[in-house]
Design a protein. Structure first.
Length: 124
């Protein structure tokens, strides 16, 4: 099985906050990552868990389409990155009739899962 990926665009959370969580799960097995995300108090963990579920579902679908076997325990997070999305520009009232700009940041989440056994078979 080749790699499977999932992307969520314009997640309503700043990339800085999302990266704090994604750094904890990068390179881990999928089951370990799900356990860590489930008990994390951060809002970003819920968003990342959704993308990870989608990536695993994509891997299962690709294995089913290719008539291959897929062991969920062998899947790991090969690549997980958070990119900055478009900023929502808002204004807040300030003193003396002025307005101050507010930038509400968004993120793009990309997770790629791969099979550990396929990596070992290629000479690793």
């Amino acid at each position: 099985m080749a790699e499977s990926r999932a992307i969520q665009r314009t997640t309503r959370q700043s990339p800085y906050k999302m990266r704090l969580v994604i750094d904890q799960v990068r390179g881990k097995r999928v089951n370990d990552a799900f356990a860590l995300l489930k008990f994390s108090k951060k809002h970003a963990a819920k968003q990342i868990e959704k993308v990870l579920k989608s990536a695993v579902a994509n891997a299962e679908q690709a294995a089913r389409a290719g008539n291959e076997s897929l062991d969920m325990d062998d899947l790991f997070i090969a690549k997980a990155i958070i990119n900055e999305g478009p900023k929502l520009k808002r204004f807040m009232p300030a003193a003396m009739g002025r307005a101050t700009p507010i930038k509400k940041r968004t993120s793009h989440v990309e997770i790629i899962v791969a099979d550990r056994s396929s990596k070992r078979g290629k000479g690793r």
